[in-house]
Design a protein around this ligand. Sequence first.
Ligand SMILES: [Zn+2]
Length: 217
Amino acid sequence: MVIQRSKGLADDVYGAIFNKLMALDIAPGARITVDGLVRELEVSHTPIREALGRLEGEGLVVKTHLVGYSAAPQITRQRFDELYELRLLLEPDAARRAAQRITEAKMRRLRETAERMRTLGSSRERLSYSGFARLDADFHDQIMKIGGNELIRVTLAHLHTHFHIFRLIFHARVTEEALMEHDSLLVTISSGDEIGAERAMREHIERSRQRLLMAFE
Ligand SMILES: [Zn+2]
């Protein structure tokens, strides 16, 4: 009971700091003090340190010896290009294999995630944007999982690409267009259309790249 309670609190604290980072309420590169968060969120040091450790693992927070925590700087244009290049190498092929291996239960879950994104995407608030980023990461991770190569899935998941690219820019177009492109993925994967699924994923990632490129202009 106690453990569950404290886990709930830890998750809430993590979620609150995650939202602030994604919405740029904590600016990239800015110092983060544990005491400051203790005062702001009115919780003890332990869940804050835990949350910062988790966010460090996700690359959103950096811990420097003797300095402490700070928000990770925005990814560079070079890292942005590298991330998209990697996604283009791995994800269209995973989508193709997902169309081959899809089951009804997995399709249901994928549809549910897409539906939750639609609900969040219609809101213009920055807060729901971070939720959208997390669901998009989940949506893509599910397709990788269905695709069946666990090593590729884990490798990609560890990069937390969605958090880094969504943090670059806040724009309604990012969510609206992504929803339409996800629909193409749902249609092609559910009907077992391997070539269509591969193309839909490639187009989705290429368009996503174009949308987010604005951040560097
Ligand atoms: Zn997506």
